[in-house]
Write a protein that binds this ligand. Sequence first.
Ligand code: PLP
Length: 463
Amino acid sequence: MNHDELNHWSKRAADWAQAYHAGLRERPVRAQTRLGETAAKLPALAPEKAEPMEQIFADFEAIVPGATTHWQHPRFFAYFPANASPASMLAEQLANAIAGQAMLWQTAPAANEIEAVMINWLRAALGLADDFTGTIHDSATTATLSAILTMRERTLDWKGNTQGLSALPRLRIYASGETHSSIDKSVRIAGIGQDNLVKIPTNADHAMDTQALDAAITNDLAAGFLPCGVVACVGGTSIGASDDIAATIAVAKSHGLYTHVDAAWAGSAMICPEYRHLWDGINAADSLVFNPHKWLGAQFDCAVQFLKNPTEQINTLGLRPEYLNTLGQDEVTNYNEWTVPLGRRFRALKLWFTLRAYGLEGLRTRIRNHINWGRECHDIISEMDDFTITTAPAFSLFTFRYKDSDAATQDLLARINDDGRIYLTQTRHAGQFVIRMQVGQFDCTREDVMMVPCVLKDLTGGQ
Ligand code: PLP
């Protein structure tokens, strides 16, 4: 395939994409396929001879869409969204065409400088203080890992990277049980160890009990551990729980600990000033992550980390062998030094396109609609026979249960997703199996959301 053929096939792909998105409502949301079915349709070995693109494209159409869970389906209410606004898809096409590698300023000046400006735009859009700067990672997991490595190294005066951890007292990190498993994964990868992630109990609001946090840190210090940081959450994955950010950070700071806030999903909602009380105190955080690829419409992957003092993270993650020097320009910002991988995609372009194509007003309207429709749907389900609301709406996320039974709830969830009109997933809350629903898909309408109680009624014969 050459570039002329690429032009032809790009137009075919654009036509295909248009028809695909227009027809999404006719498709079942979750892939209706059996394990191994797709792999069985592919030959065991790569072809020796080139194959015509007509055949490759035909196979794509025959094999892939039918075995795909449609994340851009307007009735995707599972997990959290991975939204791709049309403007961000276009930006990704252009970034793919350039196919650059933005590890250094000089390897991608436009990408580097647009990234810096997008961080400023988003900082202002979220109402954050001017002394935050930041970078774009692939995922919230990478941002959290970067923050946890920075907590570790700051505590060790940056000696862990060179001397290792084996001769040291055990390091400690604190978080509530409502934080995402990426925190557990990060403490494992950082060599701190899962047993040294202290899970602090939560209060009746599902927020970290800050007195218990204070006591845990004090006890650990007395026992010879080395506390290094606290991870708080705003809009946790399971039920949307939020910590009291001001109180949590105050406790952490009173012990000199680094703080990182995971707002991967709910951070996008902070473009609406009326939700910002849910992260009061955020400006005192050392680090904060949110994923525009979840709720803001900037296609996966796009995770923004804001930092108070990037030098601490650069001292932790940055390495500059001779071949990565920018000759004559030592002061330049090279974002690879702020993150784990060296190579970086041009992720800022989709933010630039998305923020301009919809405007903050347009994005706010979407998020407000999602939250209002989610609450309306919650109110209907709360009135339905045999259904119990298990957690109230947090932003646009709530959970419910059927016939107050794990088995009945699990069976209903399987039937919902086999039915295909909507897609919901589960969590475990207070020891119970519950169905979770969030509203956040970029193109969903009120009618799409109201389909949820309709499906529940259809499948249970309920009122
Ligand atoms: N934090 C929260 C609250 C999440 O919900 C998720 C994923 O859903 C993550 C972190 C991990 O996100 P990523 O896939 O960007 O690593």
